[in-house]
Design a protein around this ligand. Structure first.
Ligand code: GLU
Length: 285
């Protein structure tokens, strides 16, 4: 099968060294394999996405010397596909509408532990189950849609349990997915948020399948979320790509560059006269 990977930035800010690392690594791996490198604009969160950042990201990637195959795919152009997948999961009886606020969830999750920090997973606080009994017919305008993890794992027991193959050095090997882990450490993930047609965990699965991605190359911060994606692929009968989660670029104190408020953007390095080779050197590529 032809190697196909992608870089999927969210246009919510400028490209930093950490993003550049991810993009260049995926690009170089695709070119070395004689395969395709795709660009996807993860603008599903329209409250934070800005066209100006999308334009800046594209300019920066071009300046870095990267080329991608075909036009960039924008998530906001594919809402009906996400909605169809959510409906399919709904028809399988695996979803429920949820009107809990973050505060409701925190309070309910906190209660049994008397003040300990509420447990969190890759999709945020582990959902305490407050709305799980509600049927989809009761859905209100401000409700989110969640996946009932216990039912979902029950239905996907055979297929999801096969897991996924990780080719990145930090977690290299085969990773099976178990109901116990999914329920205890991830919980009822959000598939759609009230103001957004779909949530990241769902849209990324549809995008990777529609773009026929064979290798997902992205930061290690998303490793734990991959189990959610593999479960959704099993439920929706979509192929599971191979995964390569790379290390994150950090500053001297160990803080993740992409999360630092004063992290230097690629365009500032460029304005100061750095070359694309200097950027590659700085991130060890
Ligand atoms: N837009 C996501 C991010 O910037 C990318 C997720 C992915 O590569 O799957 O974190």
């Amino acid at each position: 099968m032809r190697f196909r990977t992608r870089f999927a930035p969210s246009p919510t800010g400028p490209l930093h060294l950490g993003h550049a690392y991810s993009a260049i690594l995926a690009h170089d791996m695709a070119r070395a394999a004689g395969g395709d490198f795709l660009l996807r604009i993860d603008d599903i969160d329209q409250s934070r996405a800005r066209p100006i950042w999308e334009a800046q990201i594209i300019t920066d990637l071009q300046w870095l010397g990267l080329t991608w195959d075909g036009p960039p795919r924008r998530q906001s152009d594919h809402l009906p596909a996400y909605r169809a997948a959510i409906d399919q999961l709904g028809q399988m009886g695996l979803t429920f509408p949820c009107h809990c606020t973050r505060r409701d969830i925190r309070d309910a999750a906190n209660a049994p532990q008397e003040g300990g920090p509420p447990p969190t997973g890759p999709d945020g606080l582990i959902y305490p189950g407050t709305c799980r009994h509600r049927p989809m017919a009761a859905m209100g305008p401000g409700d989110a849609i969640r996946l009932d993890m216990t039912k979902a794992m029950d239905m996907a027991r055979q297929t999801a349990a096969r897991g996924f193959d990780e080719i990145g050095p930090a977690h290299q090997g085969h990773h099976p997915i178990t109901a116990h882990n999914m329920i205890a450490t991830i919980g009822d993930v959000v598939l759609a948020r009230p103001a957004m047609g779909a949530a990241y965990q769902l849209s990324v699965v549809i995008d990777d399948a529609e773009q026929a991605v064979t290798h997902v190359i992205r930061g290690q911060d998303l490793f734990a979320a991959t189990a959610i994606h593999v479960l959704l692929q099993a439920l929706l009968d979509l192929p599971t790509p191979q995964y390569h989660h790379h290390h994150l670029i950090r500053d001297d104190t160990g803080k993740r560059l992409a999360k630092r408020d004063d992290a230097r953007a690629i365009h500032s390095y460029r304005a100061e006269g750095a070359t694309p080779q200097d950027i590659r050197r700085m991130i060890g590529l």
